[in-house]
Ligand binder design. Structure first.
Ligand SMILES: [Zn+2]
Ligand SMILES: [Zn+2]
Length: 234
């Protein structure tokens, strides 16, 4: 367990997971109550939520891999460090238990879940929007677990099957991300968007815009961290 993983943060993670599971369960009940005759609408929202979660996973991962350092105010410790460390020790995630794996994603999902509760459900548009947010946070909740399974040697049979049919992130697909200098396949929920985002050079275009407007160099700190870790290991 990392020295920066404190008992108070673990308590926060436990509270976040409990609140998230209870909240999403209550919201599921509300959606079910209002969904009479609109099953297709809910199904479409769930599917779009999955696509959106895959995009969010890729975007956040790209941000954390590409910009800033552990010293970056606010985001450095909470967001940048886990991704930097994952590049130098990709199996560390497999040593995290359920709480450490899923606590942070539960915490960041709570405001979105709260927003979904504020949407009136008596119109199709409200029902769709609330179901979309509910689906999004559920898949975001699953993302770190799917990522962990993509690195884990021993997996339950059902998980192996879900990976084989590519309903969740497959290990060989995710392995493409772990090739230095970590330039592709950032999406870690299902990974469905990795090929279209790579084909359209989506993240390279964003990096060009950020570099031109701020002067920041993509992956400057990440590559220095990886080189330092390799020198230590040699
Ligand atoms: Zn990465
Ligand atoms: Zn990984």
């Amino acid at each position: 367990m990392s020295a920066t993983y404190t008992a108070s943060h673990r308590r926060l993670e436990i509270a976040s997971i409990a609140t998230f599971l209870i909240g999403s369960g209550i919201l599921a009940g509300r959606l079910l109550r209002y969904s009479g005759g609109a099953g297709w609408l809910i199904a479409a929202a769930i599917f779009l939520g999955l696509i959106a979660a895959d995009f969010v996973s890729g975007f956040v991962h790209w941000m954390a891999d590409t910009w800033g350092s552990v010293e970056t105010p606010f985001f450095g410790e909470a967001l940048v460090r886990p991704f930097r460390e994952h590049h130098t020790d990709q199996l560390a995630i497999t040593r995290h238990d359920f709480i450490e794996t899923n606590g942070n994603n539960s915490l960041v999902s709570l405001p979105v879940l709260g927003a979904a509760f504020c949407i009136p459900l008596d119109h199709a548009s409200g029902l769709f929007a609330a179901a979309l947010l509910w689906s999004l946070v559920l898949w975001v909740f699953g993302t770190n677990q799917f990522h962990k399974w993509a690195h884990q040697k021993e997996r339950p049979v059902l998980v192996r099957w879900l990976q084989r049919v590519h309903l969740i992130l497959p290990p060989d697909h995710h392995a493409l991300h772990h090739r230095t200098p970590f330039l592709q396949h950032y999406c870690i929920t299902t990974g469905w968007l990795n090929v279209p985002l790579a084909a359209t050079k989506f993240f390279r275009a964003l990096e060009f815009v950020v570099h031109k407007s701020t002067g920041m160099v993509p992956r400057e700190d990440d590559l220095a961290t990886v080189a330092k870790a390799n020198r230590r290991a040699a």
